[in-house]
Design a protein around this ligand. Structure first.
Ligand code: ADP
Ligand code: MG
Length: 341
């Protein structure tokens, strides 16, 4: 046995195993890139649950021609220049792995134009970031990434894909979650040629409640209680199920930390404890956003970035609990209930 350096394509495919689990994770990475690029509109198109086609079109900053092939290389990122930056990372992506990983397991085309360029350029990589071709193309300012035949060269991974319908559901679920936190962004989702989601920008709270109704159902949006609480650098806002609602208003339980959806035991515990005294039986629904100094939280725990680590975890826990507890206990009895008696 001799020690060998992995060929770059194989290294990318191995990295892809972490980042690119299924079509929904490809879409997550690509849409996060669009948001990092300042896009205000993101159009997603898929065919066959994303296994045939994933196409993301955005109106973000675009990528300059000379950086197109670099964008497809591993560990190439414009978002991180020193290790210090890791502490205070604000953008979604920072590993410089997504495009390289996705292009190593699909036929990937990246078309882009910046405001400074009079024409667009297109880079194409078939299963290897080492062989990138750049040709002229037609495209407005912004980017389009097209990933065709996901896992075509990794049959074991391809077999692992579930039915088109299941993969679509994963994509739709993910889109709903991002739509609730990126409220200013116009998102559309087209599935097999048909527009199935159209989230218009939610600039007012009425428009946001409409978005909430699209995501979590009218039942939840109609009775939801607004939460808005700020204390010593911590800010909690969003909507929670009214304590006067019988049963479960929807199956929405979303908690975001600095714009990222998290599934965190500490957070869950604080939320559940607050609801326990007000809502009996079914699990209560909520959409909550916690904002705090990025230095006070580590999000770099895992590539999928669902876990977080708060530096002052006890303090954050108690803050969430108390903010919800006071929102739930201050609410007056709704008029329609009072009249019933
Ligand atoms: P990361 O997002 O971690 O930096 P990626 O592989 O996802 O790594 O992207 C590599 C680089 O390509 C990004 O840092 C960014 O400069 C550029 N890029 C990718 N997608 C877009 C996009 N939609 N619009 C503008 N720039 C993009
Ligand atoms: Mg990225």
């Amino acid at each position: 046995m001799t020690i060998q350096i992995l060929p770059p394509q194989l290294a990318n495919q191995i990295a892809a195993g972490e980042v690119v689990e299924r079509p929904a994770s490809v879409i997550k990475e690509l849409v996060e890139n669009s948001l990092d690029a300042g896009a205000t509109r993101v159009d997603i198109e898929i065919e066959k649950g994303g296994s045939k086609l994933i196409k993301i079109h955005d109106n973000g900053s675009g990528i300059p021609k000379e950086e197109l092939s670099l964008a497809l290389s591993r560990h190439a990122t414009s978002k991180l220049s020193s290790l210090d930056d890791l502490d205070a990372i604000l953008s979604f992506g920072f590993r410089g792995e997504a495009l390289a990983s996705i292009s190593s397991v699909s036929r990937l085309t990246l078309t882009s134009r910046t405001a400074e360029q009079s024409e667009a350029w297109q880079a194409y990589a078939e299963g290897s970031d080492m062989a990138v071709k750049v040709i002229p193309a037609a495209h407005p300012v912004g980017s389009t990434v097209e990933a065709v035949d996901l896992f075509f060269n990794t049959p074991a991974r391809r077999r692992f894909l579930k039915s088109d319908k299941t993969e679509f559901t994963h994509i739709d679920e993910w889109l709903k979650r991002i739509a609730l936190v990126s409220r200013d962004i116009h998102f559309t989702l087209k599935n097999n040629g048909k527009v199935v989601r159209n989230f218009r920008p939610a600039k007012t709270s009425d428009q946001y409640l409409q978005r909430l109704a699209q995501v979590s159902g009218k039942k939840f949006a109609l009775q939801a209680l607004a939460v808005e609480c700020e204390h010593e650098g911590l800010k909690l806002s969003g909507y929670i199920q009214s304590p006067y609602f019988e049963g479960s208003a929807s199956d929405t339980q979303y908690f975001y930390v600095n714009g990222r959806l998290v599934r965190d035991r500490l957070v869950n515990h604080a939320v559940r404890q607050a609801f326990a005294e007000h809502v009996t039986g079914a699990q209560a629904s909520y959409v909550l956003m916690l904002e705090l100094d990025p230095h006070q939280v580590d999000v770099n725990v895992h590539p999928a970035k669902h876990e977080v680590r708060f530096h002052q975890s006890r303090y954050v826990h108690d803050y969430i609990f108390q903010a919800l507890q006071s929102a739930l206990s201050q609410v007056g009895k709704p008029v329609f209930l009072a009249e019933d008696q």
